[in-house]
Design a protein around this ligand. Structure first.
Ligand code: AMP
Length: 496
């Protein structure tokens, strides 16, 4: 039996907002958590992002706060009653956007505060009064210390993505924030995994919590079709091209382990004719925002990224995630593939495993508690062997869409200009263009038989499908237009 929102007897403005969202039934975390939160009990929830957990806590909290709802303009009538803490600005913005949607027909006010932005506009908004405050810990402490945020009437606290907050080192900040709050309150803690540290946090700050585990901790979403291909390092790009083409995929995330590897791979794929952008810690804030925006708009097909840079991205329902490198930290596998197969949609996660990945794969098997079967990849006969590349005339490398380098990331951009190519008479020496017009074989999953919703008005067909017709133009319901923020990601810790 599927759980329906109508069984919840939500207040009319909330029920209206949910109906407008078009949700047909509750997701498992919602079906389990909402009735418990409605009773006011503390909850410890194991749920990954993409399971619908924001609504699982936001809707019952809003419902409980409806008794305080009032149209007064006086700030005193709108004290902070619910505090939602998240590890990154990006996640905070995402959650605040969802809360705003669910509360849109009520007089309950919500806002988000995060660092890297001028405090003044946030201060002004806080001083006008707000019932639901979504925040990252550092900036919230700044506002508490400046007496902009008064938290003595807080009734509900949500520690969302608690494992990430501890990873980042927010424990002291969380402890300080929690010390400012009334003892009598409801505390909800959500985490993708229940590590011993998370359990300790829960023991200290939750009272007799109801534990809700909709997916086994450390499990990957069952809607994601996962493949592990045994591929030599030098064949990985070719394997990527082939998988994209065979599956008819339009957009994908490609994860690599280092900033340098990320930049190099993005450049190589770009040269190979794929519209690619890189997202890693050495990119400026502006470059990151631009990379993200162009992926969302569909101007690029591949987002090549590192774990740190990709954390908290609000791009949802990406049809495929590639692990070009097996992650150093097995838990990152779960976070990476959590980018696809969200909220019940099906997704594809393809990992390329090379001979040197034995230890990382053993870690992953331990985490997933299952044996991973490696599959062999069969390259199509007419697929180009992108390793076979030569030097041209003067020793400088010349690349075009159908030419790629042996070593990634060595050609200067100018070497790819058609003018140079013509001047050097290189055109005649190029190998024939790749034929990407062959129809892809019938896929196993019906999801892949219908076109992926184009992510934006300007979305063009992906580079690996140059002749395919454009799908219907619409903005994916799951890729929301976002406010610009000054900075998106947590402090850098990645390697290069
Ligand atoms: P979350 O895990 O909260 O980040 O939610 C992931 C996505 O699922 C968001 O885009 C939500 O709008 C969407 N979502 C939440 N609840 C439901 C539901 N009951 N049915 C369909 N989609 C949902």
């Amino acid at each position: 039996m599927t759980a329906s929102f109508s069984n919840l007897s939500l207040a009319e403005p909330l029920a209206r907002a949910v109906a407008e969202m078009g949700y047909e039934s509750m997701t498992p975390i919602q079906a389990e958590a909402i009735p418990v939160v409605l009773t006011g009990k503390d909850v410890m929830g194991a749920a990954q992002t993409g399971t619908g957990k924001t609504a699982a806590f936001a809707l019952p909290l809003l419902q409980r706060m409806m008794k305080h709802e009032n149209p007064s303009t006086s700030p005193a009538r709108h004290p902070v009653r619910a505090l939602v803490l998240l590890p990154t600005r990006e996640l905070a913005v995402q959650v605040a956007e969802q809360v705003e949607l669910y509360a849109k027909y009520t007089n309950l006010r919500s806002m988000v505060v995060f660092g890297g932005m001028d405090m003044k506009p946030q201060t002004l908004e806080l001083k006008r009064g707000v019932e639901i405050l979504v925040a990252t810990p550092g900036r919230l402490l700044d506002h508490i210390e400046a007496k902009n945020a008064v938290l003595n009437q807080v009734e509900y606290v949500v520690l969302d993505e608690a494992d990430r907050m501890l990873d980042i080192g927010f424990l002291p900040d969380l402890q300080r924030i929690l010390s400012y709050l009334p003892k009598q309150r409801t505390t909800l803690l959500f985490s993708a995994t229940f590590s011993p540290e998370i359990r300790r946090l829960a023991n200290s700050y939750l009272q007799d919590p109801v534990t809700i585990e909709v997916a086994r901790p450390n499990a990957t979403a069952s809607t994601v079709e996962q493949h592990f291909y045994s591929v030599a390092d030098e064949d990985k790009r070719r394997a990527l091209h082939q998988t994209l083409r065979q599956r008819g995929m339009k957009q994908a995330f490609v994860f690599v382990n280092s900033k340098l590897g990320c930049a190099r791979l993005a450049r190589s794929l770009e040269r190979e004719g794929l519209k690619t952008t890189a997202l890693h810690g050495d990119k400026s804030q502006d470059e990151r925002l631009k990379a993200l925006e162009s992926f969302k708009k569909g101007e690029v097909d591949l987002l090549v990224c590192t774990d740190v840079a990709a954390r908290g991205l609000d791009i949802k329902d990406v049809p495929a995630v590639f692990n070009f490198d097996i992650p150093f930290n097995a838990e990152d596998y779960i976070h990476r593939i959590g980018r696809t197969g969200r909220a019940g949609a099906s997704g594809l996660a393809v990992s390329f495993v090379s001979n040197s990945d034995g230890r990382l794969m053993a870690d992953l098997e331990k985490l997933l508690k299952s044996k991973i079967e490696l599959e062999a990849i069969e390259f199509e006969e007419d697929a180009p062997d992108i390793r076979r590349q030569g030097r041209i005339n003067d020793g400088r490398r010349m690349y075009a869409a159908d030419e790629v380098p042996d070593e990634p990331g060595v050609a200067p951009r100018s070497a790819r200009q058609p003018d140079n190519a013509q001047r050097d008479g290189a055109r005649a020496e190029r190998p024939p263009r790749r034929d990407f017009s062959r129809p892809p074989p019938v896929s196993r999953d019906p999801f892949f038989d219908k076109p992926y919703e184009a992510p934006g008005e300007a979305a063009a067909a992906p580079a690996w499908e140059p002749t395919s017709p454009r799908p219907a133009r619409s903005i994916s319901a799951n890729i929301k237009p976002r406010r610009r923020v000054a900075a998106l990601f947590r402090p850098e810790t990645e390697t290069s």
